[in-house]
Design a protein around this ligand. Structure first.
Ligand code: 1PR
Length: 580
């Protein structure tokens, strides 16, 4: 079961609308740690047309949906009771969490019946992700469990037994099968999915289907019937295309969509991710920095922390430039406490108001006792990151400790940060960031870790290497290899792996293909290749030679050496599917 529901950010009494006070350009305010609503002002609104009712039953983060709705100029009225559902003029239902616990909450609160009645009256409804799945008869997630039973059919897990990477995370273009106004402008454009379960198309539900998509098999990506709409993808995280879909629901016009018949769904696009390593510089300002093999201090006599820009400004720019995701890594999180006197949460709040693609944040996710003796669990730290606008959190050092303990005992205690956070928020929301260093060996028998035959021999002519994991930003090495860590964290509930390489970081010589291939062949969760991008060709190389689902870069984007658009254009020319 999810933890006690956090108060929805921007919670409000029925009849008032909340509007965000925009963050000052690129400048997060310091010392504001109130939950969610720190930068919100409330004003009364009588204009029903500009207010949308949001069903947030408290099982997870719907801040991104709130931000997107506000960005489009609409106010939000939160559902407090079943009556609020029936009184809604326009209802958005962004289901989050697991199917079973969502149905429990909806049934217990009387909202399931209110939803069925609202839908029966054909009132304007938009379900998102789990908000689509719950409309069906049942789901195999935690079950079988009965759903709302509005649409005939079942929801099933993607089958990873034949190597399909699950969760399905990333961008696909849809095959639109019904001329619906909601999808106007979406034809041929990629939208963002993140899910492990999917609704199956069948003869019994074919009249509901407005688009399908492919991932291992065909699944329902949207439904439409009268005023009832639902989408499996996340419009609030699908860039400009997603915002226009959301707008089509919020302020419909009378013209229908013009769908060119026959356009097939695309394959899953490879993602290009911009990463911002963030820390305080010597003057105490939070800056984006960039290391050479993790050393972020200037090599001149000043030895200052390199300052490559303001976190929110850069994140917003990368969103505009076409990044498929933006990651913030709080690189001194291992020694500073992220919920302490640090403006990182405010950076996240401000960035999430401007960046409508997924935002990941990492650094410092672990149990912590502050100077006053107050204990914070890693789940609380992660929850605060989610409430502040993160779509995914990334765990570094603590995941190494959890994997070491698991490999020693063979027992999943359920107590590690990784297990706890993925249980509550779903494994698609939990990334494990690996910081390995190459260790050459003459003979694979020398070490009890998985080795690879390296493409370039070591300094003493060694033909093999293993990749030793580190913690605390590369400062301490641990007796575990990247291969062993990746497999262990997959079992413990990681949904994705961010695979750095200290040797390649900031070198611009390309990704460590040997490492990325070894790890991406070993797991069935997505692997993000990171460290070493120096030219557009490095991106096509990593996608052609490995099973990486995404490639991340930092330095070349910060120094404006290679724009994101050039990477995408190159990948298109190389025949790699990307979101353009
Ligand atoms: O251990 O849970 O507190 O998490 C700390 C996080 O901070 C980890 O994800 C770790 O990777 C990151 N981190 C810690 N120290 C550094 C550092 O650089 N001194 N940054 C650091 C890791 C690596 C990448 C970088 C790529 C691409 N940075 O994120 O962005 O290597 O760079 P490039 O394209 O310029 O080559 P915890």
């Amino acid at each position: 079961m999810p933890p006690p529901p956090p108060p929805p950010p921007g919670a409000m009494a029925t009849g008032t609308a909340i509007h965000a006070v925009p963050c000052a350009a690129g400048q997060p305010k310091r010392k504001t740690h109130r939950r969610g609503a720190s930068s919100l002002s409330v004003r009364a609104s009588t204009d029903a047309a500009s207010t949308v009712t949001l069903l947030d039953y408290g099982a997870g983060n719907v801040r991104s949906v709130r931000n997107a709705i506000r960005h489009l100029g609409f106010g939000i009225r939160d559902v407090r009771s079943p009556e609020d559902i029936l009184a809604a003029d326009r209802l958005v239902f962004p289901g989050v969490g697991a199917f079973g616990s969502a149905m429990d909450v909806l049934t217990r609160t009387g909202m399931a019946d209110a939803l069925r009645e609202y839908i029966r009256r054909d009132r304007p409804f938009l379900g998102i992700c789990l908000g689509l799945q719950l409309l069906f008869d049942s789901s195999e997630e935690n079950g079988p469990v009965s759903g709302l039973g509005v649409i005939p059919g079942v929801v099933r897990r993607f089958d990873s037994s034949k190597g399909l990477i699950v969760p399905h995370i990333g961008w696909n273009a849809l095959e639109i099968t019904k001329d619906t106004q909601l999808l106007q402008g979406a034809d041929g454009h990629h939208v963002y999915f993140v899910h492990s379960y999917h609704a199956l198309p069948s003869d019994a539900n074919k009249d509901w289907i407005s688009s399908v998509c492919n991932y291992g098999e065909s699944f329902i990506s949207s439904i439409s019937m009268g005023n009832i709409q639902a989408v499996q993808f996340h419009p609030e995280k699908s860039g400009a295309t997603g915002l226009s879909i959301l707008k089509n629901f919020l302020s419909p016009n009378s013209s229908g969509s013009k769908v060119s018949p026959g356009r097939k769904a695309s394959n899953l696009a490879k993602r290009v991710i911009a990463c911002l390593d963030v820390r305080s510089n010597d003057s105490g300002d939070l800056v984006v920095t960039k290391g050479d093999q993790y050393d972020v201090r200037d090599h001149s006599s000043s030895k200052e922390v390199r300052n490559l820009g303001k976190p929110v400004d850069l994140a917003s720019q990368y969103y505009i430039d076409g990044a498929d995701e933006v990651s913030f890594l709080n690189i001194t999180g291992f020694r500073d406490f992220p919920l302490g006197d640090l403006p990182m949460l405010e950076v996240l709040r401000c960035a999430s108001e401007k960046v409508f693609v997924p935002l990941t944040v990492g650094g410092g996710i672990r149990d912590f006792t502050d100077a006053n003796g107050r204990y914070y669990s890693s789940l609380e730290v992660a929850s605060e990151y989610f409430r502040s606008g993160a779509d995914k959190i990334s765990i570094g050092s603590d995941a190494v400790f959890a994997a070491e303990a698991y490999l020693q005992t063979g027992v999943k205690t359920g107590k590690s940060s990784l297990e706890q956070i993925s249980k509550v928020y779903g494994n698609q929301a939990v990334v494990v960031s690996i910081d390995p260093r190459r260790v050459y060996v003459k003979n694979p028998e020398e070490v009890p870790f998985k080795t690879v035959k390296v493409s370039s021999k070591g300094p003493l002519g060694e033909e093999y290497a293993w990749y030793q994991c580190t913690v605390s930003g590369g400062r301490d090495s641990c007796p575990i290899g990247a291969y062993e860590l990746a497999k262990a964290v997959e079992e413990l509930g990681a949904g994705e792996i961010l695979l750095n390489c200290i040797d390649c970081d900031g070198q611009g010589c390309g990704f460590d293909i040997d490492l990325v291939k070894m790890v991406s062949d070993a797991v069935t969760i997505p692997v993000i290749a990171s460290s070493g991008a120096g030219a557009v060709e490095h991106f096509s190389e990593v996608f052609e030679k490995t099973n990486a689902s995404a490639a991340l870069a930092a330095g070349i984007f910060h120094r404006k050496e290679v724009p994101i658009s050039a990477v995408k254009e190159h990948l298109v020319d190389a025949g790699v599917e990307v979101r353009v």
